[in-house]
Write a protein that binds this ligand. Structure first.
Ligand code: NAD
Length: 256
């Protein structure tokens, strides 16, 4: 599809990778509905992108009814819905056996709820509406793009919960693409390496530096605009479907 016709829900769309996607789509004539739980950043994002092109919908992606309601409201605002980009996520790092004892199950559950269950929750609610879209080129009716992580493949110590959640996102990509193919809805996932976002900003500088040094080429953190560029490419190339693309400068995460 052409980016100018993108009517997109972007979860986690007020920060980091999601905000970069929103910026890219709006810059190319698309419209975005930002699903997030951060009101302050939501207001700032809409102020930047313009009220005609972007609206913030306070949405916890783990909440089933809330997501359904806001997906419907988003379609009203957007004047249609043909793109859903899942970027909402949390790190949820912690050891299985930490200094204070075993990881509370609630920590593992929360991480899987937001990153995996939340992505599914938004994808199924968006697909439910997209199936009724008028078919475009090749019969396409919509595109869902999820965000996994290279930690789905090489999780580090402290990433058991995060890796499990992202591995789930990778694993549901193909069955979802297969199933939704009859509606002309594509499902793709991006597995980013280490990107320069508020999530990484919060890490100690020594950790950031060692992360950058560990990336073969280019030996730096990824830029959110580079992630947005790949999302845009996926939207534009109808033959991409059911696959996870690593975007990582050849990074392979070390055990720690
Ligand atoms: N930054 C990286 O290096 C990196 C690498 C690999 C994968 N990722 C993934 O990319 C995605 C975006 O990460 P980012 O770096 O932009 O992080 P970020 O913290 O800047 O943005 C994440 C956004 O998700 C929102 N969010 C959290 N829980 C939510 C919920 N329950 N409902 C709705 N919104 C919620 C947050 O408020 C925030 O605005 C995440 O899924 C993350 O796991 C990031």
């Amino acid at each position: 599809m052409h980016l100018s016709s993108a009517r997109a829900i972007v979860t986690g769309g007020v920060s980091g990778l999601g905000l970069a996607v929103a910026r890219h789509l709006v810059a190319h004539g698309g419209k975005v509905a930002l699903f997030d739980v951060n009101d302050e950043k939501g207001a700032a994002a809409v102020a930047e992108l313009g009220e005609a092109n972007a609206r913030y919908f306070k949405t916890d992606v783990t909440h089933e009814a809330g997501v359904v309601g806001n997906v419907n409201a988003a379609r009203e605002f957007l004047g249609g819905l043909n793109v859903a980009v899942n970027c909402a996520g949390i790190l949820g790092s912690g050891r299985v056996l930490g200094k204070e004892g075993a990881m509370p199950l609630s920590q593992f559950q929360t991480t899987v709820m937001v990153n995996l269950v939340g992505s599914f929750n938004v994808a199924k609610a968006a697909a439910e509406l997209m199936q009724h879209n008028e078919a475009g080129t090749d019969g396409e009716r919509g595109v869902i793009v999820n965000t996994a992580s290279v930690a789905a493949y090489e999780g580090q110590i402290g990433q058991a919960a995060y890796s499990a959640s992202k591995g789930g996102v990778v694993a549901m990509t193909l069955p979802m693409a297969r199933e939704l193919s009859r509606f002309g809805i594509r499902v793709m996932t991006i597995a980013p390496g280490v990107f320069w976002t508020p999530m990484v900003d919060g890490m100690p500088e020594s950790v950031q530096q060692s992360l950058a040094a560990s990336i073969p080429f280019p030996s730096r953190l990824g830029q959110p605009a580079e992630f947005a560029d790949l999302v845009a490419y996926i939207l534009g190339n109808t033959y991409l479907n059911g696959e996870t693309i690593r975007l990582d400068g050849a990074t392979r995460l070390a055990p720690k």
